[in-house]
Each structure stands twice: as structure tokens, then as C-alpha cells.
Design a protein around this ligand. Sequence first.
Ligand SMILES: [Zn+2]
Length: 665
Amino acid sequence: MNSLPFLTMPAHQVPAAIAEHLATAEEQIDAIVSYAGRPSFANTFEALEKTLQQVEVAVNCVETVEAVAGSAALREAWMVSEPAVTRFWNTLYLNERLWSCLDSFARSDTARSLPADKQRHMEKVLREFKRQGAGLLDRHKQVLAQIDAELQRATSRFEHNLIDAMNAFAFYLEDERDLAGLPNWVRKQTRAEARNRGCEGHCFTLKAGLVSAVLECAESQSLRRVIWTAFNSVAAAPPFDNRPVINRILDLRRRRARLLGDVCFSEHVLRDRMIGSPVAVLAFLEALMEKTRPFFDREVAQLRGFAVSTVGKRGEPIAPYDEVYLSEGLRRERYHFDQEELRPYFPLSAVLEGIFEIISRLFGCRVVEKTGEDLWHPDARGFEVIGPDGRLVGRFLGDFYARPGKREGAWVRTLEWKPPSGPQTIALITNFLPPGPDRPCLLAHREVQSLFHEFGHLLHFLLSRASTRALSADEVAWDFVEVPSQLFANWSWEESALRLFARHWQTGAPLPADNIAAVRRSRDFGIARDQMRQIGIAHLDIALHTGWPQLQGGDATAFARDLLQDHVLGDLPEEYALICRFMHAFKDPEGSASGYYGYLWSEVMEADIFSDFQTQGLFNKKLGNKLKTTVLGAGDSRDAQDLFLAFKGRPPDIGALLRRNGMVR
Ligand SMILES: [Zn+2]
């Protein structure tokens, strides 16, 4: 039986149940602010925490099931409830009585004598209230509310323009010869698309898988050019033009930051991150770029050499629409390695057992499947994680197979907290190809890697022993949250780990050693070009949010093109407008904007931590325990830099990432 009613609640009951939860929460908040006795941590911050936790558990469960169960009824039910939930949060932060109740308790002598974790809890809550406008003058609050509403509109306009512009594109080909090199599924899909539109031949759209298939495989350069150009200039012209929308978003974000006392948006959001400031981000990117540049140049030279030997282009620069094609060709020539051929060695059940074995060796925890749980879909499975002392550490609900209506991708989400130190429940969602009549669920290596990644998040969330939800692992600084997940993914590349589980599902034969070597080598292929591009995008994400509107006379598209030109190999054409589909920065009012650097930043940290396992043993239990006590178990009870320091004894070193990526001379 599951203890979370929202996971299996019939859709028609959801709106009333959510409304009831919100009403109860509002009553409890009223009780907090009208309490006449002596204020204490328990009747202020802790009481609020308990109230918010109930709301979050309900919302997390409904949102998760809505995303994976794919029922139209639940989607509709959630559309009714969602605005009420948004309203609840907005009112909460602007509740003047609540703010003064919290703020005045935090200033009291009683509060100042509380232990460090409670101090941190109070600081975090107050900071969040301030970021949402608490404590501002009334007229400033009004301006802030206006800005927020406009930002909401502008960012959804950005997303809708992009979707509409993507959908509006269609390119028709009649001659089969133009399809040379493309896999069969592309031919089928484009033929079906044309037929749907009442046309002969093939119709190319900008669907994600299709774009990369064309860029990787199409022998026709003109097809590659058409698709590349369309993809990289999408939403950059009327009627779905994101250029003015971007200007508007940047302007609103800058005004919002100023109103709250910061000079620019980046400064405003990075204050609470591990890295601390835009200046620190730029210095980090600069240092990484300097080290990456020589390897980037070397890879570019190799690709040029390959271009000369295959397509006979002597001395000409490589066009941007040829890069992926040439790069794939060179990769195939070097490694003869096809992800698909390895699937039989990675049945899901064996990969899971392998992961459980690694968890047991490193952390002494056992994972046990619990059958007979009542969940949102027959494919969803319940698991328990048992600690070395035999106590329940937490539960997770795994839903592994793709099915119609289920949201794509892989992710984990906390459904329920039970602090202090109580077991949590977490959803683990992936979208693997379901088993067929004659074979089990078989994974490509990139999916194995992604499953390890999600288990890294899962372990972080489950092992955290924080005293409250506000200090749990879910709440760590955004530029640290990917460290445990990326760290755990390292095991999926290591021979001794692969030996534990990579076996042919029919013959039981282990994955051949030369396949393992090929998997490992292909990981580094093109890595400097990739890293260089990432650095460029991360730099752009900061530059836009610090220098606006002085950039290039207000033309953000031209500014972005010039900046990125330094990070790619071919000449970017005039119409290049990646920025108009830069969802990461523009799809939410704040979201992950100014945070792109975080991928590289956390890679540096996880590579640095992982190097200890490489030298002291991949299954070294002592080291696993150290990781558990210093990083995973700490949740957000201390600043991220302190967690890292506690494990490594020094600040992060970019050398670790460079060494792992083979960028050492
Ligand atoms: Zn992740």
C-alpha cells in the first residue's frame, strides 16, 4: 500500500482535494501570524515549514502522475488546480504579517542562540521571501508584481513562438536520390509526414531526432544546409519573431534585479549559488577556455584533414552544416562503434542489479523491490533502500518504460519528505523502449549512463539526513545539484563496473573487452569542440544578463552570433540566431537563466571527486562512506563550497576535468 493518496487519486477528486489542502495551509498560516504567545522557532519557521511541506507533497505527487500517467482527465484536473497553487505561493510571499512575524523572530535573541542548522534554515527562508519582494515599499511591490506578470507573459511568448516557428517549417523532397545516407526510419517518417499533408515524396520538419539524423547522415550537402539553416534561424523572423521578445525579457529581468537592490540579473541570481558572482563565472570560463583551446585547434585540424581525404575539400573552411556530418564520419572510421549493437548486453534488469551492487559496495545499502504496491500505472514499481543498520533509508518508485502520453526524458523528483531523518519517497522516471514479445527491455549505453545519472540524484536525495525539508538535498545550490548525479555516471564507463552487469541477455556472455575499450574511447571523441561550444553558450548566458542593453546597439542576436563565432569551427552566417531558440535562458521568468555554466562547473567538481575513486578504488567503501557523510548526507545543511572542501580538503581544480577528458599535454 502506498501512503501517498495523490498518487492514485481519481482525477475528478483532485481539484477539490488540492483546494482543501490550500485552504488548510492558509488557515495554518493565519494561525501562525495571529499567535499571541511568545514566538519560538517551533511556532514560526517550523510551523510554516510543516504547512508548506504538505502543500508541496500534494503538488509533487499530482504533477508527477500528470506527467507520466498521460491521462487527459488528470491533465484537465491539474489545469483547474495549477492557478490556485500559483496564487497560493504569490500570496504567501507578499503576506506582510507573515513576513514581519518571521523577520522579527529571526532578529530576536532567542533566534540568535539557535543551533547552526536552524540559523541556516531561517536565513534561507528570509532570503527567498526577499527575492519575491517581501519587505519592499508598497509601491515597489506593485511595480514588482507588474514586472513579474510581464515576464511571465514574455517568457511564455518566447516558448510559443519557438513551438509555432518549429511547426511552421516544412521542406519537401521528391527525388529519392536526395535521401542518400539517411536511415530507414527517416525515410518512413518523412514519407508519412508528406502523406499526412496530402503531398507526394518526403517532408522534413524540425523534430529533434530528425534534425540530428539529417546533420549526421545525409549525404546531400544541400539538404544538410537547408535543415541546419532552418534550425539555427528558427523564430528569428516574423510572424514568430523572438528577437523583440528577448529584448523585452532582458530588460524586465534587469529592472527586477535593480528593484531588489542588485546591479544586474546575473548578480541577483548568482549571489546564492556556489560560484557566487558573474565575475567568478567569467573567470572560470576564461581559465577553462584557455586550457581547451589547443585541443580544440587540434580536433579542428583533424576534422579538416578528414574533410580533405573524404570530400576533397582542400584548405576551404568547413561549413557549419558540414561539421556534424564530417565528425560522425570520422568517428565511425576511427571506432567502428555503434551504440545500437551493444543493446543486447544491457538488459534493464541486469543494469539495475549492477547499480544496486555498486550502491551496496560503496554505501552498504541494500535495495529491495516491494511488490504489490498500488501505483499510478501497472509498469510502476516500488523499491526500498535499507541502510547498513537494517533501517529503512527511503523508498523510490521507478517507472522505466516509454508509453504514449508520458513526458519524455529521465528525471527524479521527491514526492515526500519526512524530516528529521525520516525515510523519503522519490519518483524515478525514464523512457526506455519497453520489452517486446521476444526480448526484454534493452538499453543503449547512453541510456545506461543516464540511468546511473538519475541514480546519483536519487542517492543524494535519499541519503541526505537534513533536519528539515528546507535543508534537504533537493535544495542545494543549483550549480552543485548535478555533482552527485554526474559523479555516479562515471561508474557506467568503468571496466570493473561494466563487468558486474554487462552480459548478453541470451547467451550470458560478458561484453567483449574491445567493445568496452571502444565505449570508453568514443566518450572523448570531439570533446574539446563540445566543451568549447559549451563555454561559449555559458559565456553568452552571463554576458546577456550583465551587459544589457548596451550590447551591440541592442541587437542581442548579432551580439550572440559574434560571441559564439569564437567557439565554433565554421563561419556563422548572417541569419544564425541560436539565441532565438535558447530555451534554457528564456523559457521561464527566472528558471535556469545565467546558470548554463553550472554544467561545466559541476563537471569540474565531480571529475575532481571521482579522481579519488580512480586512485583509491572504484568500490572503496571507506571513500564511499566519506562521500556519504561529507556530501550526500549533508543535503543543504552547509554551503556547497564547504561540502566540497569537506570531501577534498581544498577548492575544486579544473585540472581534474581536463585530465579526464584527455586534455593534458
Ligand atoms: Zn541531472
